[in-house]
Design a protein around this ligand. Structure first.
Ligand code: HEC
Length: 160
């Protein structure tokens, strides 16, 4: 019966260990390298705070309202952001129109049924903002067409 000498056995053990290490460390090092390459390439200016500040600091005077993808940026918008965004999108706020009282009633409703907290002294700030920028609009759709004034014409000629 041939038996492997201790020396040979330890040599093959070392080889197996080296293969195992290579198998484990290889993918890991590739992964780290991939992350480093990706970081070096991705544009750092996307989402940079400086960009966002430019956006909000451009609202002064009577310029058109500025949005940051959700609500008008104007006095009080921070309070709305802080108290109205935790549970649902601010777009839910922006798509609604209400008088100041209407907004107050909606806030009451959320406080009574949806666990909205006491807004404290921020409540008037929030209500002022909502009434100013999301108040009722006099007309929400275009006026009806005046049927009398339309000049009709045939789509097909008579002797086709
Ligand atoms: C504690 C959670 C919570 C907070 C904070 C919160 N809401 Fe709501 N809100 C709700 C829930 C829940 C609904 C119902 C959502 C639904 O119907 O899908 C809702 C619905 C709404 C609606 C839609 C009402 C309708 O008729 O469809 C508006 C507008 C609204 N919230 C405005 C606000 C405003 C403004 C604030 C900040 C003052 C605010 N919410 C803060 C929980 C919250």
């Amino acid at each position: 019966m041939a038996s492997i000498s201790p020396r040979k056995r330890s040599a093959s053990w070392n080889f197996q260990l080296a293969v195992m290490l290579a198998l484990i460390l290889g993918p890991f090092l590739l992964f780290v390298a991939a992350i480093l390459v990706h970081k070096a390439r991705s544009p750092a200016h996307v989402n940079a705070p400086a960009n966002r500040q430019n956006l909000s600091s451009s609202v002064e005077g009577d310029e058109d309202p500025v949005f940051d993808n959700s609500i008008v940026i104007a006095e009080g918008h921070e309070a709305v952001r802080q108290h109205c965004a935790p549970c649902h999108s601010l777009l839910l706020v922006a798509q609604n129109r209400n008088s100041r009282d209407g907004w107050a009633a909606l806030i009451d409703w959320m406080q009574e049924t949806q666990n909205l907290w006491d807004l404290g002294e921020q409540e008037p700030v929030i209500l002022d903002y909502l009434a100013a920028h999301y108040g009722p609009r006099p007309q929400s759709r275009r006026p009806n067409l005046n049927l009398e004034a339309i000049q009709w014409y045939p789509l097909f000629s008579e002797n086709r």
